[in-house]
Design a protein around this ligand. Structure first.
Ligand code: AMP
Length: 406
């Protein structure tokens, strides 16, 4: 953000893909809007005019019965009231993304004024990364700022293609995107040791690459959540009715072997909270994770595993956490996730760097009120996952890459 924005028309790609209430169409979680504010405010205060663009939802996938786009439900107009409250400046809204009206409204903007364009995904060209569409977007700004970390892993027109129409001196990352990259690099580039990664969530298949990559980097890899049972079964355990991906059993064993070879401590939950139904009011008890009876399923890590995981986490100097330890949405099975979150907060207090890397673990730390007690909470699920898997994000590459200052 070291460009001079004074007197400039600045095209800013943000990630305002926020959840809306289905009935009232009001924003129900404004985290992503809040996190984009520093960039917008900085440009406005420096005397620039801001042309904001974002996508919202998947309008092309959820067409109306007559086959047309549901322009009401997916309109960025729905976020104007919340954005106005948060920014404290008047927002002009254009009901098209590109075209004569958008160009004319953008041209008339004065210093310190802000124009919000309609959902980029109302245009066929967005997801295709179409050059014509990207060029039309580019014509709306003298400078392009990409602050949309949550969509940086997509090679779309407004996140990637558009960047080619601006030279080095006329494009840059916004504060949020740069911060996300900087924080991710603290775990991917020479992390302080011990480095402990905690991976949970439902499926091994979603996080295969991440697990594989982490084994190359960490000292300890904690695997919890539903995915742990595929590992338990692969090792000959009985897992009853717990989640299992039969087609990943071999992969699970390969990962365990790789960890052994590399001297990585791969920890699985030795015990589980098992229930007789997938319901908060089901009967539940503690059982060894490899000895779960038929008719019972592991829905959380057990008390021994909780203590063991917490103990390892508290000794870490770098922590990465992606995915809950159990079905934390149900209070009966939220304890494991809670204790892990608390251990991450405690380790952070004791000097560790902790990154909460997207998705449901972010929801968990927010729900527990611990977001301020960890070092960094990412705004991007898929994008953070790809970064941690070692991929270069198209939205970052298009800007000429990112260099971390040490
Ligand atoms: P993910 O999106 O892959 O991080 O998975 C998050 C989801 O995994 C949450 O909705 C959790 O309820 C679910 N989950 C975590 N542990 C389990 C488990 N042991 N059995 C079933 N689902 C689980």
């Amino acid at each position: 953000m070291d460009l001079n924005f004074s007197g400039k028309q600045v095209l800013v790609r943000v990630d305002f893909n926020v959840p809306l209430d289905k009935e009232t169409l009001k924003v129900t979680d404004d985290t992503r809007i809040r996190r984009a504010l520093p960039t917008i405010t900085h440009i406005l205060e420096e005397g620039g005019a801001v042309v904001l663009m974002s996508h919202l939802g998947r309008p092309m996938k959820k067409l109306k019965e007559d086959g047309t786009i549901n322009k009401e439900m997916f309109s960025l107009k729905n976020i104007v009231p919340r954005l106005t409250d948060l920014l404290g400046v008047e927002i002009q809204f254009c009901d098209e993304t590109v075209g004569e009206k958008a160009s004319s409204m953008a041209e008339k903007l004065k210093r310190g004024q802000l124009l919000l364009l309609e959902n980029t995904r109302f245009n066929e060209g967005e997801k295709k990364g179409d050059e014509e569409f990207a060029k039309a977007l580019a014509s709306l700004g003298d400078i392009y700022v990409n602050d949309a970390f949550g969509t940086a892993h997509r090679a779309h027109a407004s996140t990637t293609t558009v960047a080619q129409y601006f030279d080095e001196d006329h494009k840059c990352f916004g504060f949020l995107l740069a911060n996300e990259l900087k924080n991710a690099s603290k775990v991917t580039n020479n992390p302080q040791r011990p480095f402990v990664a905690i991976v949970g969530g439902a499926k091994v298949s979603d996080k295969m690459l991440l697990l594989d990559r982490l084994i190359d980097q960490v000292d300890t890899l904690i695997v919890g959540g539903g995915m742990a049972y595929t590992f338990m079964k692969a090792q000959g355990g009985q897992i009853g009715n717990s989640l299992c991906e039969e087609d990943r059993l071999e992969l699970a064993n390969q990962l365990i072997e790789k960890a052994k070879k590399k001297g990585v401590n791969l920890l699985l939950p030795s015990d589980s909270v098992v229930a007789d139904a997938f319901a908060n009011d089901a009967n539940f008890k503690i059982a060894p994770s490899g000895l779960i009876e038929e008719g019972w399923m592991g829905l959380d890590i057990g008390v021994y595993a909780q203590a063991e995981f917490a103990n390892v986490i508290k000794q870490a100097k770098t922590i990465l956490w992606n995915g809950p330890m159990g079905v934390f949405e149900m209070s009966s099975f939220a304890n494991g996730t809670k204790l892990v979150a608390q251990a991450v907060a405690d380790a952070t207090k004791a000097g560790a760097f902790s990154l909460i890397g997207g998705g449901d673990s972010v929801a968990a730390v927010n729900q527990l009120g611990l977001a301020k007690q960890v070092s960094y909470v990412s705004t991007g699920g898929g994008a953070m996952l790809e970064l941690l898997e070692g991929k270069e994000l198209p939205g970052v590459k298009a800007m000429g890459g990112f260099e971390v200052e040490n």
